[in-house]
Design a protein around this ligand. Structure first.
Ligand code: PMP
Length: 441
């Protein structure tokens, strides 16, 4: 009997014992093509020798030093590299150990900024429905996933939720993408006015929505409209790029592709690519200067901030991505993957939509292709797809649909940037096998 409290208390899991490039290997020697990087984490696959060497070297010289006593070389070098790549005035990096912590830090930085700026009445956060920003209480409160929030509701800070940008489901037939985007920006403005603009602290959103919608980019102009609105009302814009950032969509940051500069930008997953747990919040100079000229102290912190080995791993990951020109590969392979998915599944009776950007792709499953009616969530189609895919030697990331938000089950794909064309074909073949098993075709 396992004494590990796994998330599922009823399921048993194969034991992962090794990794080889784009494959994970279990204790029976079975190979799984990792087409989702776990949850969009393993962007360099599972056996990168440069990263492994960097981790070994760092542990041997200095594994860890507490950030309230020391700074470290890998932490400083990683912050230099990230701020060089980040858009505009995101000049500072606050290191944490994962995505939820990056979101918590963003929320607290936003709050402290307004307190020190002399606007302590700003406390409201606005987020979007059907969103996920993490599982710690602040991040969970920001997220708009009804099922995840339900039983913890009494413990959550008040956050209001507006519509996500989800053209496949919500753009009207008689509406252009631009008009749809404008309608959503107007909806946010109405919510800001309802709350009282002087009380609103931040708006948080994922530029390309990962886990909850399945690789859904916004319509053109939406984020520019959001940025303008936030500026008009003095509200901070937090971009959650925990999943879609660090090259996943073909640019270092997805917000860059939207032509906007957030005030706070959260990253994690692809930052350390799974070689070490690490996340970060990139922070604008304006926010930092305000706190610097005020109390001079960010009232937050964790034991493993800027963990030296984690920073060394992330530094090696990011250098490897740059040196091997992997972002260009993300774009070309992303296009191949989209094409291969469309060729194979476009005419599938239960595939409603195939979408995404770079090596971040989503397939939405529907009961009826014409009406886009989702399957009943009680069928747990996503769990069946996951099991069938694992049987076929494929890791993909299926997620359940909801009837309230009228969202179908979807399959998220986020394969490693090091994959080759042959893996695109292997992925599609194995996914077809899994879908055939699930739909008995
Ligand atoms: N934000 C987004 C957009 C995410 O996808 C996730 C993780 N799936 C998180 C935050 C939370 O990250 P973590 O699980 O590392 O705490």
């Amino acid at each position: 009997m396992s004494h590990v409290l796994h998330r599922s208390l009823t399921q048993s899991y194969p034991t992962a014992v090794g990794g080889d490039g784009v494959y994970l290997i279990d204790a029976d020697g079975k190979h799984y093509l990792d087409a989702c990087g776990g949850a969009a984490v393993s962007c360099l696959g599972h056996s990168d020798t440069d990263v492994i060497a960097a981790v070994k070297q760092q542990i041997a010289s200095l594994a860890y030093a507490h950030s309230s006593f020391f700074t470290t070389e890998p932490m400083e070098a990683l912050a230099d590299l990230l701020t060089e790549q980040a858009p505009g005035k995101l000049d500072y990096v606050y290191f944490v150990s994962g995505g939820s912590e990056a979101v918590e830090a963003a929320l607290k930085l936003a709050r402290q900024y307004f307190v020190e700026k002399g606007e302590p009445e700003r406390r409201h956060v606005i987020a979007r429905r059907q969103s996920y920003h993490g599982n710690t209480l602040g991040a969970l409160a920001a997220g708009g996933n009804a099922w995840r929030r339900q039983q913890f509701q009494p413990l959550l800070i008040e956050v209001s939720h507006v519509s996500p940008c989800y053209a496949y489901r919500d753009q009207r037939m008689d509406e252009t993408p631009e008009a749809y985007g404008t309608r959503l920006v107007n909806e946010l403005e109405t919510e800001i006015q309802r709350l009282g603009p002087e009380q609103v602290m931040a708006f948080i959103a994922e530029p390309v929505v990962g886990a909850t919608l399945g690789a859904v980019p916004a319509v053109p102009g939406y984020f520019k409209g959001i940025r303008e609105l936030c500026d008009r009302y003095g509200i901070l814009l937090i971009c959650d790029e925990v999943m879609c950032g660090m090259g996943r969509t073909g640019a270092m940051f997805a917000s860059e592709q939207e032509g906007i500069e957030p005030d706070l930008l959260c990253i994690a997953k692809g930052l350390g690519a799974g070689y070490q747990p690490i996340g970060a919040t990139l922070v604008s100079k304006t926010i930092v200067d305000t706190i610097k000229n005020g109390s001079g102290f960010f009232q937050h912190g964790h034991t493993y901030i800027g963990h030296a080995t984690a920073c060394a791993a992330a530094l090696a990951v990011q250098k490897t991505i740059a040196e091997r020109g992997l972002l260009a590969r993300v774009n070309t392979l992303g296009t191949s993957l989209q094409q291969a998915l469309e060729e194979r599944f476009q005419s599938h009776p239960h595939v409603g939509d195939i979408r995404g950007r770079g090596l971040f792709r989503g397939i939405e499953l529907v009961l009826d292709k014409k009406t886009r009616e989702p399957f009943d969530p009680a069928l747990k189609l996503h769990a069946k797809v996951k099991a069938a895919a694992m049987n076929a030697g494929l890791m993909c990331y299926p997620m359940g649909g909801t009837l309230d938000g009228r969202r179908g089950d979807h399959i998220l794909l986020a394969p490693p940037f090091i994959m080759e064309e042959q893996h695109v074909h292997e992925l599609v073949d194995k996914l077809e096998l899994a879908l055939n098993t699930v739909f008995n075709t």
